[in-house]
Ligand binder design. Structure first.
Ligand code: BG6
Length: 486
């Protein structure tokens, strides 16, 4: 059933709203997934006049990869839902005015603003007395820079809302391929029995980007790759790969299982940070055949700094299923190409019935390609056809491309899925505060460790696969990073 609610985008003239939220809302409208009376209220400072606002909205919607084309009839009917509301979101009077103009529907507030003003915005809503049990609040990272600052932000939200009303976005959870991880694991009988330390040697998770930090340097410089990517996106992927079967397909059951994984992560601190993590920072180089500057020379850079633009971690999950199975994580800016993959590397067969050089035997591998070229690859050993006396073996990939398999289905954007779920009141794909607290606790240990041991980022050339020490992290364990499979 379609829920009737008004969606208020606070910071409605900002970058995120134009780039992601309006295109997603238009798609939902076009697919008839919004209730008839749902209004999209763009709460801004009134810097943009009506015409400019609408033409910007259209421009960004048309250039969205997920929308592809805008048709006139649905655009016109979409605009009928859209209202611009100019005011100050930290003022209780303006909140009251919004409420009386918007009508009696339930409200979803998407705070597309810096977290530093979450507190006065929530306070204004509270003071205006416009929050009911059905009001929902959507917030997005950066939610703090440590456990302590996360708690501060959270407390300001809890002053007006309770957990069941707060939707904390990690846009990775809205990606189709990330949601498919659960389907893959729990809807196929042959994975579950093998999904265990007895059969899996290790797991690799790579989220590589070719873009640099330029354009948002000052934010990034405060954050770095660990806070920007690992604390949220990569840890969420670890949880989905490692979690146990949830009791039911319900938001809290799934989030309970994810939380257990976060709690089982072996702490990394000053005593082991050097052995288990690698920090890197890109220097100038070439990406996609274009010369690019180093991190400290980006146009908006404030000079040299010790912020990491790359991080590799050997994470360990201390529970019965995963004891002794390392999860190697790496993410970085200005790497060779943009891709995200999960590799499940199985152990070698114990009894080798064919007498071949062990060097020719590659063990089975499951590759989950999250982006681009989304799909799944299963690497299996096969006999090379032929009459030669010695049997030759070759590792061959069974390749499932989602684009080919689901030709007739459009893949929605992460924000479409997430906004729709907020209107439906489904919190499954949103992070609960205890999950985030656990993630911050783990990450804080590393940050303190780096500080205490003065572990500086190692330089790597833009366009490469990261610093040499990241290769060494696996080589010392007798393993190697898998190259891009796409
Ligand atoms: C964001 C980070 O959360 O995710 C960015 O702040 C990063 O630094 C982005 O570029 C990557 O998202 P995606 O969907 O392009 O993989």
């Amino acid at each position: 059933m379609l829920k009737t609610c008004n969606i208020v985008i606070v910071g409605g003239e900002g970058d995120l709203a134009f780039r992601k939220l309006y295109p997603a809302l238009y798609s939902l409208h076009r697919e008839n997934l919004l209730a008839d009376c749902t209004k999209v209220i763009c709460f801004g400072r009134g810097k943009l006049g009506v015409d400019e606002f609408k033409s910007r909205m259209r421009e960004w919607t048309e250039s969205s990869d997920y929308v592809q084309s805008v048709d006139e009839a649905s655009w016109a009917s979409f605009l009928e839902r859209v209202d611009q509301f100019n005011g100050d979101a930290t003022s209780a009077d303006d909140m009251r005015r919004l409420h009386s103009e918007a009508g009696p529907e339930d409200m979803v507030f998407f705070l597309s603003t810096p977290p530093s003003i979450f507190a006065p915005i929530c306070a204004a809503m509270g003071e205006a007395n416009i929050v009911t049990e059905a009001t929902r609040l959507v917030v997005e990272k950066p939610l703090g820079e440590s456990l302590e600052s996360f708690d501060e932000i959270n407390d300001t939200l809890f002053a007006t809302f309770d957990e069941s009303q707060i939707y904390r976005i990690d846009h990775y959870l809205g990606k189709e391929t990330v949601q498919n991880l659960l389907a893959l694991r729990f809807a196929n009988i042959f994975f579950e029995p093998l999904w265990h330390r007895n059969f899996i040697d290790h797991v690799q998770i790579t989220v590589a980007e070719s873009v640099g930090a330029g354009g948002r340097w000052s934010y990034y410089n405060e954050s770095g790759a660990l806070r920007d990517m690992v604390q949220n996106h990569l840890l969420q992927l670890v949880c989905l790969v490692a979690m146990e079967f949830p009791a039911r397909n319900k938001a809290d059951d799934i989030r309970d299982e994810k939380l257990k994984i976060i709690r089982c992560l072996k702490p990394i601190d000053a005593s082991n940070v050097h052995k288990l993590t690698v920090r890197g920072q890109y220097t100038s180089g070439s990406v996609d055949n274009a010369l690019v500057p180093g991190y400290g020379e980006e146009e908006d850079a404030a000079g040299q700094s010790d912020t990491e633009t790359f991080v590799a971690i050997k994470a360990q999950i201390e529970n019965n299923r995963w004891e002794g199975v390392p999860f190697y994580l790496r993410t970085g800016k200005r790497m060779t190409r943009r891709y995200s993959e999960i590799v499940i590397q199985f152990k070698p067969v114990v009894f080798k019935f064919i007498d071949v050089n062990p060097g020719n035997i590659n063990s089975n591998r499951l590759v989950i390609r999250l982006q681009p070229n989304e799909g799944i690859e299963m690497h299996l050993m096969n006999k090379v056809p032929g009459l030669s006396e010695e049997i030759g073996l070759q590792n061959v990939g069974l390749n499932l491309s989602f684009e080919e398999a689901f030709e007739e289905h459009r893949s929605p954007s992460a924000y479409e899925r997430l906004l729709l779920d907020v209107t439906r009141g489904d919190q499954t794909l949103f992070m609960r505060s205890d999950e985030l607290r656990g993630a911050w606790r783990w990450v804080d240990g590393m940050i303190d460790g780096w500080k205490t041991t003065r572990q500086k980022p190692q330089k790597y050339m833009a366009g490469s696969s990261g610093p040499d020490d990241a290769l060494a992290l696996l080589i010392q364990d007798g393993r190697k990073w898998q190259d891009y499979h796409g």
